[in-house]
Design a protein around this ligand. Sequence first.
Ligand SMILES: NC(=O)c1ccc[n+]([C@@H]2O[C@H](COP(=O)([O-])OP(=O)(O)OC[C@H]3O[C@@H](n4cnc5c(N)ncnc54)[C@H](OP(=O)(O)O)[C@@H]3O)[C@@H](O)[C@H]2O)c1
Length: 367
Amino acid sequence: MDTDSPFECRWGILATGWIATVFTKDLLLPPRARGVSDITHTVAAAASSSSLSRAQEFLSSVNAPATAVAYDSYTALVTDPRVDVVYVATPHSHHFANCLLALQAEKHVVCEKPFTVNASQLEILIRVARGKKRFLMEAVWTRFFPLAREVGRIVREGTIGEVRRVNAELNLCQHPEVTYADGNHRMVNPDLAGGALLDLGLYPLTWVFMTLYHTLPPFEKPTSAPAVIGTISRFEATGVDAENVVVLTFPRSIGVASSGIRVASDPQTAIRICGTKGEIQVQHPAYRPESYTLIKDGEATRKEFPIPGGGHGMFWEADEAARAIRDGKLECNECPVEESLLLMKAMDKVRLDNGFRYPEAIEKTDY
Ligand SMILES: NC(=O)c1ccc[n+]([C@@H]2O[C@H](COP(=O)([O-])OP(=O)(O)OC[C@H]3O[C@@H](n4cnc5c(N)ncnc54)[C@H](OP(=O)(O)O)[C@@H]3O)[C@@H](O)[C@H]2O)c1
């Protein structure tokens, strides 16, 4: 084998909705446009649960290679031997079953956020993936942005002193009664595990974990999960949460993560990472950060991170997943399953304390 040739990662796309389209288009952009030469991606197949024609339309809409195969079932996709890794892009409610299907077919898995409906489901996925020695990752693309890596480095280097508090938020400024009038959309549909916490809250929570947990050296990592309290307000029409605030207490720091469907966002500051010598503010939106401001010694310095190559910014997570798979790793350093699990447990706690449970059909673990 030519060791200088890039590793080709062959993806199977499970579902054909909005994010599957965005991700797959990013996947097919030339890696060199973002300075990557050690790996390439190809789409080997895509599957729709609704019809073969939907899968065919999907492949043509993303300009997939002519060799890509369209399937009318997820089972057919995960059994295709030309697929190395399955990207799961169904609604939250379906992630657990779809990931299990792919893992049991011996595929590596990258699953859209939130990983599952609850932590018990995720624990099962982790156990199955480890047992089968398959790569498993939640597709929290934000963690792979160059900006997020740089902010992590600044925090680690102590430039803003010791980070004692992080405030992070993500809001949509929508009128759910109008935007989601029939209540069917996955944002507000309890049958699809809708609501602000699981859909949006994951991002502010991710910033809290990235800056207060992920940046710590292993010997300083707390041995127990952070204490979590949270409160929610409901979207009356369907009963899911419309707004929430979550407070996480770590041994030496506090994180406050909030998200909402209705309220507006401050365009200037989505995240405040507050240290003893200064702070970093990341501009909105929390999920797709393209600029931050470092405030120190009375000066504010802003730095921009435009996304290269005409993409959406989802290729970085795909690149790291491909490298991990190439190197035989079972998870990714930037987005370890242990942190996904801690975050899932935090969301479980908030829902439990607020009496917010989804229908049993999607909370259950006995698929
Ligand atoms: N990373 C991000 O920034 C980001 C952004 C948006 C969404 N997401 C995540 O991606 C996932 C999908 O979101 P989306 O906006 O792409 O949703 P979407 O447009 O509604 O697409 C979901 C797809 O899942 C499949 N599906 C299977 N069973 C379904 C069911 N019972 N109801 C609806 N769809 C079903 C459908 O494809 P087939 O019929 O072809 O199988 C559908 O097109 C969610 O977990 C969401 O949180 C992530």
